[in-house]
Design a protein around this ligand. Structure first.
Ligand code: FAD
Length: 483
């Protein structure tokens, strides 16, 4: 038994210190299954003090550590890149404190997103960011990824809802970032803003203060089916141009509809449609009485085949079930799923999706699309069999081209799933050497030891292999965008 394993078992006991190969197997990847590596050991702390003890142990032994929530990340964030201790927050799942009047809650990082909304529902409140993985993903993971979700079109991403955090830094120090008083606090740098989205590379959040939102007075959920994704996108463009701000606007293409309808997430979506568009409006009843018919009229102007509006909570749940279960439903198509995450300006959705289809055809891969249309945040999903090395290679190449395309369209290589290990090669497409330098310096300020989740987010610029590749990639993308 290694010194790390011995120390963990002595301190936490065998239930909370996992060291056998079988136990570690479950931690070899997240939702991005292309990159796999088992951690050296897994520890399940329950308190800030225990996390601090673990980080100090890593310092003493010179072992990197990787924080892990539920492992639903789609870019390799919690997957080790070498020997590492995985610090899983599954046992840190207490809602520590709720202030319904002041609209905030303090939670441990392992609290599952939807459990927080359930916990505060008694006060007529909820936690707004709602990733489609919300029934399993944790607030700690959401903070580290700056996660989004369907309702982030209107309400903003995680960063707009996190007020503060207690963080164990990589040298074992503890920092208190932000404040429950929120952004109007007049003193100090916005360090919680900087920490949000740092993917576990700035330390481990052990207590998180989040903003709570009042439940909307009323909600209208509408589903329209169209002959094509183009028509559904055009309807989205019209809705935004009209000045309405729906809470959510989600599109599913035909391949996704069919996968959903053949699965346990069946929602009654019309299978002959080229696309469905789910629009949710919320606010005062009187306003919605006017807005819902306006939206319906816009659907019809773009040739909607069928429009339905949920009559009650059960119907609303059904309409959302297909969207929320879409990634799960794709498990029916092939053993593995590569969920891409890119952003393009909303006005370029149609041409981008056409090019994505062409890329998919060129590589002979199985692809489906479900996306946060209001934000221009695309999720092309590639179903594949990871045991087939040749197919895996084609999938990776297609993924690379799709992300390059998003940048060429004036967009970004990630909307909400982070960089992890998946997109390291793409980072230089978005940032200059100077930009990357600033980020590396900020990272060193939080992680002076270099032990916090190494090999993520920022490419290793000292590596000749990496650096030699960059200028070619950047030059190619720029040249293609000129043409
Ligand atoms: C079916 C499905 C649907 C999804 N839908 C969405 C969606 O709509 N929107 C969206 O944004 N994402 C979505 N995701 C991606 C994923 O759920 C989010 O990134 C989520 O926030 C990850 O949370 P987690 O608890 O699983 O974190 P993990 O996957 O365990 O970890 C994610 C990252 O956070 C770090 N981390 C975890 N806990 C801490 C902590 N306490 N302190 C510091 N760092 C920490 C890890 O090191 C890692 O880098 C989806 C994933 C799946 C599988």
């Amino acid at each position: 038994m290694s010194e790390l394993a011995r120390a963990l078992t002595a301190e936490l006991g065998p239930q909370r210190a996992l060291t056998t190969p079988e136990a570690l197997l479950a931690y070899e990847c997240d939702g991005f299954t292309i990159h796999r590596r088992r951690p050296t050991a897994v520890a399940l702390p329950e308190t800030t003090e225990e996390v601090q003890w673990l980080v100090r142990l890593c310092n003493r032994l010179g072992v990197p550590f990787v924080a892990r929530g539920a492992g639903t990340c789609l870019s390799g964030g919690p997957t080790p890149t070498g020997d590492a201790l995985c610090i899983e927050t599954a046992r840190m799942k207490k809602v520590l404190h709720v202030e319904p009047e002041d609209l905030y809650a303090v939670v441990q990082p392992g609290v599952v997103n939807i459990r927080l909304s359930e916990h505060v529902a008694v006060h007529g409140l909820h936690y707004a960011p709602d990733p489609s993985s919300q029934s399993v993903c944790t607030i700690g993971g959401n903070l580290a990824e700056n996660s989004g979700g369907p309702h982030c079109f209107k309400y903003g991403m995680t960063t707009d809802h996190v007020l503060g955090a207690v963080v164990v830094l990589s040298d074992g120090g503890i920092a208190h970032l932000g404040h429950a008083a929120g952004p109007r606090e007049p003193h100090g740098l916005d360090l919680i803003g900087l920490f949000t989205g740092s993917e576990g590379t700035f330390g481990i959040a052990t207590e998180i203060t989040v903003r709570l939102s009042r439940n909307p007075g009323s909600v209208r959920t509408l589903l329209a089916s169209f002959t094509s994704v183009d028509a559904a996108c055009a309807a989205v463009g019209d809705i935004v141009a009209s000045g309405l701000t729906p809470a959510a606007m989600e599109i599913l293409d035909q391949a996704t509809i069919r996968a959903v309808e053949a699965s346990v997430y069946r929602a009654g979506y019309p299978q002959d449609a080229g696309a469905v568009l789910l629009v949710e409006l919320d606010g005062l009843d009187e306003a919605l009485d006017e807005e819902a018919p306006e939206v319906e009229a816009m659907f019809r102007r773009h040739g909607a085949l069928r429009v339905e509006q949920a009559k009650d909570a059960a119907e609303r749940k059904r309409l959302w079930k297909g969207r929320k279960g879409a990634f799960g439903a794709m498990g029916r198509l092939k053993p593995d799923l590569y969920v891409l995450d890119g952003v393009v300006p909303r006005t370029r959705l149609v041409e981008t999706l056409r090019e994505i289809t062409a890329i998919g055809e060129r590589y002979g891969i199985t692809m489906s699309n479900v996306f946060h249309a209001g934000d221009g945040n695309l999720h092309p999903n590639i179903s594949f069999d990871g045991r087939d090395a040749e197919e895996r290679h084609r999938v990776e190449e297609a993924g690379r081209e799709i992300l390059e395309l998003c940048v060429r369209m004036g967009g970004s290589i990630t909307g909400e799933h982070g960089i992890g290990t998946e997109k390291l090669d793409h980072v230089p497409l978005m940032f200059s050497e100077d930009d990357l330098d600033v980020m590396a310096r900020a990272r060193r300020a939080f992680d002076p030891t270099g032990l916090a989740n190494p090999g993520k987010v920022l490419p290793a610029r000292s590596s000749c292999a990496e650096t030699s590749k960059w200028p070619h990639m950047v030059a190619r993308v720029l040249a293609e965008s000129d043409s």
